[in-house]
Design a protein around this ligand. Structure first.
Ligand code: BES
Ligand code: MN
Ligand code: ZN
Length: 499
């Protein structure tokens, strides 16, 4: 992974190869109107005033132009000017942040070897966010193209009199590496990432971390140990299913967190086959598993004092002579029976087994992450994840997401929607044609597999439906590239940190 080096300096050396990044900002959040002063501490002696409007510079967020500015210290410096206007939205508390600006800079200037970012940053929060964003945006996607990538970014210098400690810089870099690794894994096409490959990727990622153990169950063990959901979903595929259990056990930990991820390496819908256009992008259906994997890796690397388990529920959903049929009844890990109405509602079947297994050790909090329903995109668009669960679980995840700046929205679980899960022949169905509130129905289904605590109430649990946010199929923005986004990794890391 090509993560550039990042340092903070009050007086960095620049040369003709450096691209100096200025912004239409003087201090803190105060934004100068377009075409006035673009100041740089590097030019402290003579803060130059240049009317940049003629070259197209603007304070619009992410507007970036490269201009040749007058020479300084004998060198002509190519300067990039980035606009930083925060667009106020009175209807949402989510919006642009310094992370997004840092991200846009690193992304848009990734063809440059060395950049010096000089906004006159004097606020520690701004500095931390810009640094985080720069790391998140400095992402080189892995492709199968035979031509060479233009990615060249090796050195980022942020100009400030403030400092970040070594630990703070390491934290930001570790988190960004986890996000990048998630993007890499989710971008892999399904013919390059079969269930066994995803399990191997987990073992490889965890190798060398002493506090982290990995256990992989293959298709035979899955059947022997009662994982009827994962086995049924994987039944139609030539490439057999897997369950990966990663376990992080640091010294002196008291609390415990369980993460469960949907790992469908490709979702054709199974015998309830998807139409051709809806199948596009279904390589991303393993994103939940990738998110929990790289979250637990970062949690372990950051040596957090908390017991964490991650369960990756992995299968390929294919139609074939051995595939699960509509109306089949299957028995899940927790012994409950399910009538499969729609084989395309497969995510909840694999997660049910993962949630049952996670519940067996009664953790303090269970969080599942899944590209579960197209309906969540209908409701919330493709940049906001749906959040459901028990009150305590939902609040914990909502707070962590807010601190990470990752948009989530809580959907209710009104009891009447649960009725759609009634089956004549089994404990419940997995889906119902024509049912409304599809995202919520998915959550109600999953809730049946959350074990109970000492008081008989369900264990604290949160369900993140990331069908919308897992991949970005429009164009890059802020620190988010096209393709896999790595969304919710930072939320889960924050969540663990808070515990
Ligand atoms: N993987 C899909 C959900 C999905 C859809 C993710 C679009 C990303 C983009 C999931 O397995 C699925 O097929 N869900 C069905 C549920 C239905 C059959 C109850 C859906 O959303 O239509
Ligand atoms: Mn499906
Ligand atoms: Zn799916």
């Amino acid at each position: 992974m090509n993560m550039p080096k990042l340092k903070i300096s009050s007086a960095p050396k620049v040369n003709e190869k450096t691209v100096l990044v200025l912004a239409a900002v003087t201090d803190g959040n105060k934004i100068q109107p377009a075409n006035t002063v673009f100041s740089s501490t590097l030019f402290a002696d003579s803060v130059f005033e240049t009317d940049l409007a003629p070259v197209g510079a603007s304070t619009e967020a992410e507007a970036l132009v490269r201009v040749q500015l007058p020479s300084n210290q004998g060198a002509t410096i190519l300067t990039a000017v980035v606009g930083t206007t925060f667009k106020a939205n009175p209807f949402s508390s989510f919006g642009s942040s310094w992370r997004e600006i840092g991200g846009a800079i690193a992304r848009k200037l990734s063809d440059v070897e060395s950049i010096v970012v000089d906004f006159g940053i004097e606020d520690p929060t701004v500095l931390a966010e810009v640094v985080e964003g720069l790391f998140l945006g400095a992402y080189e996607p892995k492709t199968f193209k035979t031509s060479k990538s233009k990615f060249a970014l090796k050195q980022i210098t942020v100009v400030s009199n403030l400092r970040l400690s070594k630990a703070e810089l390491n934290h930001a870099e570790t988190v960004a590496r986890a996000v990048h690794a998630t993007r890499d894994l989710t971008n892999l096409p399904a013919n390059h990432l079969h269930p066994a490959d995803l399990a191997k990727a987990a073992q490889k990622a965890a190798s060398g971390i002493e506090t982290l153990t990995v256990k992989v169950l293959d298709e035979k063990q899955l059947i022997a140990e009662g994982f009827g959901g994962i086995s049924a979903v994987g039944a139609g595929a030539k490439h057999a299913p897997r369950l990966v259990h990663l376990s992080y056990r640091p010294k002196g930990a008291k609390k415990s967190l369980a993460l469960v991820g949907k790992g469908i390496t490709f979702d054709t819908g199974g015998l309830s086959l998807k139409p051709a256009a809806s199948m596009l992008g279904m390589k991303y259906d393993m994103t939940g598993a990738a998110v929990v994997l790289h979250s637990i890796i970062a949690i372990a690397q950051l040596e957090m004092k908390l017991n964490v388990d991650a369960y990756m529920c992995i299968a390929e959903n294919m139609p074939s002579g051995s595939a699960t049929r509509p109306n089949d009844v299957i028995t899940m890990r927790n012994k409950k029976t399910v009538e499969v109405i729609n084989t395309d509602a497969e995510g909840r079947l694999v997660l049910a087994d993962g949630l049952s297994l996670a519940s067996e050790s009664k953790p303090d909090l269970i969080v599942d992450v899944a590209t579960l329903t197209g309906a969540v995109t209908v409701a919330l668009g493709d940049r906001t994840a749906g959040l459901m669960g028990t009150t305590g679980g939902v609040i914990a995840v909502e707070d962590a997401a807010e601190a990470a700046g990752e948009p989530v929205w809580v959907l209710p679980m009104p009891i009447e929607l649960k009725q759609s899960l009634h089956s004549e022949i089994a404990d419940q169905v997995n889906a119902k044609y024509g049912a409304s509130g599809g995202t919520i129905l998915g959550a109600w289904f999953l809730s049946e597999f959350i074990g109970t605590g000492k008081d008989g109430a369900p264990l604290p649990w949160a369900h993140l439906d990331i069908a919308g946010v897992a991949d970005n199929d429009t164009s890059a923005y802020g620190f988010t590239p096209k393709g896999g986004t790595g969304a919710m990794v930072r939320t889960l890391i924050n969540l663990a940190e808070g515990m």
